[in-house]
Design a protein around this ligand. Structure first.
Ligand SMILES: Nc1ncnc2c1ncn2[C@@H]1O[C@H](COP(=O)(O)OP(=O)(O)O)[C@@H](O)[C@H]1O
Ligand SMILES: [Mg+2]
Length: 330
């Protein structure tokens, strides 16, 4: 593992067993699995924003949760700062979690409704026995100022339902930063807030990244959002990465037909510009029995015979190590 990588993921898989009814279990003996993440490799470099994008159900959230070990992997390795997380015991992982924090999509679901905002933000400092009482309060107020939760002393005593959506998300961000983590996994952090505050929250995240020396794993289904904040990006489809590269490489020169389709579907701000293209025909196939070969082939406009037969490996483009594509026809 090279020093520049904060996170390295190797051959990561998560298969969820499918829950079956009693009768079904009697009739079919074979256990079925949701192939949520099905053999994923990537690195997150120190100080970068690494984006994970793709339609809903492609395995983005599961990948994020695997890195934090909120779910256990079926197979594969997760290195964080050179340490294989899959080898850590409960206490080891507990200490490691101080260095990796998560911002979930839904600020309501991730805040205790009966805890005052200030107490929620400062809670981790108590859990890890870092600061209590006045010192805790002082640090929380300071962080609230930095994330724009002002006037901090007033908002400190408010309950989550008394805050606006944007304020709640700022509180979640503040809470995530209290332990000065190295990595922040942000899972659709602006998807549930009002359109008018999305840009402000993104700006805030960029600012905080500089102020606190953070590295982000930024998960989104929205390529327009990803474009604003990411340095590099991986496009996921049905549990696999189909294209990965710098923002410039992937947005200016997309190689995989799925990436091309996703980018064509991004709304353009100019109302006179061409109508946005629809996503390719058909629905996303079930991750329980993913298509053979390239998972995208049933929806792919240029698929050939080999595409249904062999899984295309994620490979660098000739003369370009950074830009990787998993397509037989590239
Ligand atoms: N705890 C779970 N049990 C069973 N299936 C799950 C579980 N979590 C996610 N899945 C399934 O795994 C697939 C990927 O889900 P997810 O990682 O949430 O995708 P995304 O974040 O890209 O929308 C989906 O088909 C989803 O239904
Ligand atoms: Mg998700």
């Amino acid at each position: 593992m090279t020093k520049q990588n904060l996170v390295e993921i190797r051959g990561l898989k998560k298969w969820f067993p499918v829950q079956k009814g009693f009768i079904e279990r009697l009739v079919t003996r074979q256990r079925q699995f949701v192939h949520a993440v099905d053999g994923v490799n990537f690195e997150i470099r120190r100080g970068e924003v690494f984006g994970l994008a793709g339609e809903s159900g492609s395995g983005k959230t599961t990948t994020g949760r695997l890195i934090l070990r909120l779910v256990e992997s079926t197979e594969g390795d997760i290195f964080f700062d050179g340490i294989d997380l899959t080898t850590l015991d409960g206490e080891g992982m507990r200490r490691m979690r101080q260095r990796m924090q998560v911002i979930f999509q839904d600020p309501f679901a991730s805040m205790n409704p009966r805890m005052k905002t200030g107490n929620a933000i400062g809670h981790s400092l108590e859990i890890f026995d870092i600061a209590r009482g006045e010192e805790n309060r002082r640090r929380v107020l300071d962080m609230m100022e930095r994330v724009g939760l002002t006037p901090a002393s007033t908002l400190y005593d408010k309950y989550p339902h008394q805050l606006s959506g944007g304020q709640r998300q700022r509180a979640i961000i503040a809470r995530a930063l209290m332990l000065h983590p190295d990595l922040v996994v942000a899972d659709e952090p602006i998807a549930n807030v009002d359109v008018s505050v999305r840009a402000l929250l993104l700006e805030l995240m960029v600012q905080l990244k500089q102020d606190f020396n953070l590295t982000y794993l930024f998960i989104t289904h929205d390529l327009a959002t990803a474009k604003y904040i990411c340095d590099r990006i991986a496009i996921m489809y049905l549990g696999l990465i189909c294209e990965m590269g710098t923002l410039e490489q992937v947005y200016r020169n997309p190689q995989h037909p799925y990436t091309q389709a996703l980018l064509a579907a991004v709304p353009v701000p100019n109302p006179h510009a061409r109508r946005t293209a629809p996503l390719p025909k058909g629905e996303i196939p079930s991750p329980i029995n993913p298509p053979s070969g390239c998972r995208f082939h049933p929806r792919c406009p240029i698929a050939e015979k080999i595409c249904s037969q062999e899984i295309p490996p994620l490979q660098p483009l000739p003369g370009n190590e950074e830009h990787q594509v998993a397509c037989h026809l590239v």
